[in-house]
Design a protein around this ligand. Sequence first.
Ligand SMILES: *Cc1c(COP(=O)(O)O)cnc(C)c1O
Length: 395
Amino acid sequence: MSAGDSHIMPTYNRAALRFVRGAGAWLETDTGEKYLDFGSGVAVNTLGHAHPKLNAALKAQSEKLWHVSNLYQIPEQEKLADALCDASFADLVFFSNSGAEAAEGMIKAMRKYHAANGAPEKVTLIGFHGAFHGRTLAALAAAGNPAYLEGFGPAPQGFVHCPELTLDAVEKLIDETTAGLLIEPVQGEGGVRDVGTAFLRGLRALCDKHDILLGFDEVQCGIGRTGKLFAHEWAEVTPDVMAIAKGIGGGFPLGAVMTTKAVGSVMQPGTHGSTYGGNPLACAVGAAVMDEVNDPAFLNQVQDMAIYFRQHLARLLEENSDMFEDVRGRGLMVGMKCKIANSDMVAALRDENVLSIGAGDNVLRILPPLNVTQDEINTAVTAIEQACAKLRAGE
Ligand SMILES: *Cc1c(COP(=O)(O)O)cnc(C)c1O
């Protein structure tokens, strides 16, 4: 079928590839071609494709119970919430189906906290240049990228944006209407930008000083992606509220808002909800992901692979300085700023049977599964070398 005949709304420029199965870091097309998946479905396939433990968890739950709604207690949800809270700053969790919904829930909880604590005027959220929080209207307003809001009418009010990642610039925006700050500890879509340990610590101090809330969006950088369960652990600071999604489901749609007791307990019956959010299938898979990833040996292995990969990329950067400007990110959340169009680099890598993703700031984004092997990294490095050589030769 040609693209013109498709009944799929044309919101994506899709590559002409149809994958029909996957195993580990590898995908296979309908014509039997194999691709190394270093995009992981945009940081989702934490453990690669068809991981036996995730398959087993999904299969076992699918034979017991799929869905009951949040009108009833859901033991799988309780189990996953326990695992998430035991492993983090959080005391309370609300489950959603996606990152945008998690970001939206985070925004609502931050505002409600102040309203419930006698400061209903504190509604403004401060977002950051280069941010991405999803495609719902409030998430778009929080990120403030005008291109994504264009044509969709008036944006939700109560969002301001900090043009640079400096504490002075942030503090200038704080006033008596500020509810809190919203930031990705490592920006993903915006260009794989690590905002830095000192900056995160400074933001925590600013929030404490002004009695406002700190919200982290770890939808992309969380769940082991940077080599810690949550990226903010590198800075040894904790937020008041955090959104996660992507990696927690390992490929099954799942997100969550995680909060301190003080924030989450204002979300009383009737304040928020979701029909599907945290259904038994999603939570059974999420718990299996947590079992694998929240293990010091697993996270150490992520860090080791990240160091190995980055050593190769540093050499690659030196040898291909006509193609790349820098290597950035943290752990297995890797960005390479391109000197050619990043879309050309993604396409050239695809021609070498390696999948990667573009990001803002003309960055090539590389997100291998977290259980990637040295051999697979070697394959990707060789493919990048080949892609650069062919691009240079004009092939
Ligand atoms: C992908 C992403 C989102 C949105 O997640 P969806 O599941 O696509 O709604 C939000 N925040 C960040 C940081 C993301 O990377």
